[in-house]
Ligand binder design. Structure first.
Ligand code: UFG
Length: 328
């Protein structure tokens, strides 16, 4: 019998890679997406159910039709800057839609839940290397909304027996090495795709957001993890839930931080092209350093990141960037 997994946001960057990994691992990923930010062409690896997470009747019908063994919840607004300008959007969209989904899952008796959380829940920790026990003090509404959903999952675990694996992502980068799916946002705000746009002339230049951070070269430091490694961890998290191991939280990062300038230098090396640069102001809501110091996912889930080195991430992103994009 096929093991269905309801993948919210399956038409997005990370969700579409997760669908491929689930399909390859023998599951049927059922994408649930509203196409506010997702792409129809990215739904390639299983059935599609179009709908809004706030539409509880629609969700109930989808749970009844597919009887998923688990939910993987990727659907969210995820832009730090936008969340600073419009916090209401993030609290409403991320928190209320997750509540609707969690209640629908509980009502349908689907007790396994994998959730995409973020290192943005930690806030600015003065360069502290982060792990699952580091206190969370978000400095933007995006991080705040994700932390609220983490709390919600714990409450529904206590009251309804919902088991959740929460993954706190660091900076997700790269693309499917076969370039069937990749990173494509409209508008794009992320460093690596914007830099590749500047390299191939689709944009005039990359603006470096702030050169006066308390780091060696003055630019922000982030921990980049390959999207394929990240979604592999989700499949392991699903297996953990299927094995009845209960709820837990895992950081997903490479354990190494790179500054914006280091990422630029590496991209120039990989593509053998210049990145035109403009020195800009700091972007509100940005922490100076976000680096994972955790090996818990490796230890407990048996996660072995294979492609999370900067060269491979940029090379995979570049391959996709040159050939792939979505129109609808
Ligand atoms: N940056 C620039 N110029 C740009 C874009 C980004 O200098 O044009 C810098 C940012 O200031 C930051 C770094 O590059 O220092 C990475 O920025 P991204 O926008 O690529 O990623 P973020 O670190 O802001 O965000 C990512 C995820 C979020 C997550 C967050 C945690 O997209 O979902 O990490 O901070 F919450």
């Amino acid at each position: 019998m096929s093991k269905n997994v309801l993948v919210t946001g399956g038409a997005g960057y990370i969700g579409s890679h997760a669908c491929k990994a689930l399909r390859d691992a023998g599951y049927t990923p059922v994408t649930y997406d509203s196409f506010v930010t997702g792409w129809r062409e990215a739904v390639k690896f299983g059935p599609l159910e179009e709908g809004d997470l706030m539409d509880r009747d629609r969700l109930d019908a989808v749970f009844a039709r597919w009887e998923p063994i688990a939910v993987m919840h990727f659907a969210a607004l995820s832009l730090v800057g936008e969340s600073m300008r419009n916090p209401g959007l993030y609290w409403r969209h991320n928190v209320l839609s997750s509540l609707s989904l969690i209640e629908a899952a509980c009502a349908a008796g689907c007790q396994n839940f994998v959730f995409s959380s973020t290192c943005a829940t930690y806030g600015d920790q003065d360069g502290v290397v982060l792990n699952e026990t580091t206190p969370q003090h978000p400095i933007n509404a995006y991080g705040g909304s994700k932390r609220a959903i983490e709390d919600m999952l714990r409450d529904f675990g206590a009251s309804h027996g919902l088991n959740s694996v929460i993954f706190r992502y660091f900076n997700v980068a790269g693309a499917d090495p076969e370039a069937e799916v990749g990173e494509f946002h409209q508008p794009e705000t992320h460093l690596i795709p914007l830099m590749l746009d500047a390299i191939d002339g689709r944009r005039p230049a990359l603006t470096v957001f702030g050169s006066d951070y308390p780091t060696a070269d003055g630019t922000c430091i982030r921990d980049y993890v390959h999207v394929c490694d990240l979604v592999d961890a989700h499949v392991l998290g699903l297996k953990w839930l299927e094995a009845g191991k209960g709820s837990d939280v895992f950081c997903l990062g490479s354990g190494k931080g790179f500054s914006v300038r280091e990422v630029i230098a590496q991209s120039q090396a990989v593509t053998n092209r210049e990145v035109p640069i403009i020195e800009g102001d700091r972007r509100p809501g940005d922490a100076a350093v976000l680096v994972s110091g955790s090996t818990k996912a490796e230890r407990d889930l048996g996660w072995t990141p294979k492609r999370s080195n900067l060269t491979t991430m940029i090379a995979d992103a570049w391959r996709w960037h040159q050939n792939g994009h979505y129109d609808s």
